[in-house]
Design a protein around this ligand. Sequence first.
Ligand code: HEC
Length: 265
Amino acid sequence: MSALAVIGTSPAVAGNEQNWLPPGSSTEILRNPPLELIRSDTIRDEKWLYGRLLFRSPSLLGEKAVRIGLSCNSCHSNGHVNTDFFINGLSDRPGRVDVTHRFWQAGFDDAISNPMDIPSLRGSRDTAPYGTVNIFPTLHAFTRHVIVTEFAGPVPDSEKLESLVTYLSSLDNKELNNDQSVVKAGADMSYLSLLRSPLEERDNTKLRELTDLIRSDFGRRADMTNTRIEATRRTVKGLKEITEKAALKEYPAAITIYQKLMSDQ
Ligand code: HEC
């Protein structure tokens, strides 16, 4: 049986994404993740933060990606390259993958096996046009193509697309610019400030979407210390209480819990 046949027939094992991949595959950064280089003129506002969160969220992509826990960040780790990335059957060597293979979805298969180098996205705001097989003039258009056509994800609304492009555009190119500030990647980036406006605007749909994204983001952070795990447990509990209160339309109570969470940060 070929490796790809294994991908298609593996049983679902909740919470263990590796079981959906053929043996020998690796979609996680194993050691020494690349630095996340952010342009020093970047305003790290909520739009940027939301874009960064989406970049790390499998739910942005299609069902297949969700099953194997794959996000933009799995390949373009911290906006650079995951040189360990390897899917048996789709990669010919680590750091390369075929993104036009039918594995990702039905209907978009160029019928040839063509793994390509995963490119760095550092400095990509200045490197238009984008893509190799299908070429697009803007990051906006290419990102939409990646989500919808390559990975069979749901059509992103304009807020999602613009936020992603804001984040992509903030990725600095170390070679071109020496005064970049470096965002330390990993456990200490908090997305909680994103919840403020949906709470104030009593937008329960948005609140649910964001709390789901933030909660699943915690699950993907591998490098946590024990103290950090405890703090995360409290935060996840708080997030659950916030959504419960908001579902009952008890917004003042939800805001009180939120403020407590923020002051504990
Ligand atoms: C499975 C690995 C994988 C995932 C997941 C992935 N990419 Fe890529 N990406 C690639 C590969 C391989 C290429 C080169 C293919 C090409 O040029 O058509 C690429 C190319 C790109 C480029 C073009 C770079 C250039 O200079 O031409 C951009 C921009 C990009 N990806 C953004 C994203 C975004 C945003 C996401 C998430 C929505 C994403 N990618 C998800 C592997 C991946």
